[in-house]
Design a binder for this molecule. Structure first.
Ligand code: ZN
Length: 81
């Protein structure tokens, strides 16, 4: 399953981690293991300093766009007091 192309400029707009202020990174094909033991891929933004991450499984949302995940990550930052 192929993740859609995204605008690399959105990476520049990625905000730091809402929890520790660490640098965020995007992984468009992060391996994960589902609760049923199945392996899959997900599009995720994660903090390089702490364990915070936010991602969407490609199986659940086949047309997930990396920009959407980045936008949600950035929104989380704004929602944090
Ligand atoms: Zn962090």
């Amino acid at each position: 399953m192929q993740v859609r192309e995204f605008d690399p400029r959105s990476l520049d707009k990625m905000l730091p981690c809402p929890f520790c202020g660490g640098e965020a990174e995007l992984d468009t094909a992060q391996d994960y293991r589902a609760i049923n033991g199945h392996f899959g891929k997900r599009v995720a933004v994660y903090c390089t300093t702490c364990d915070a991450d936010m991602g969407t499984c490609v199986e659940d949302v086949p047309d997930i766009h990396p920009n959407e995940v980045i936008e949600r990550w950035n929104k989380r930052h704004k929602d944090t007091p």
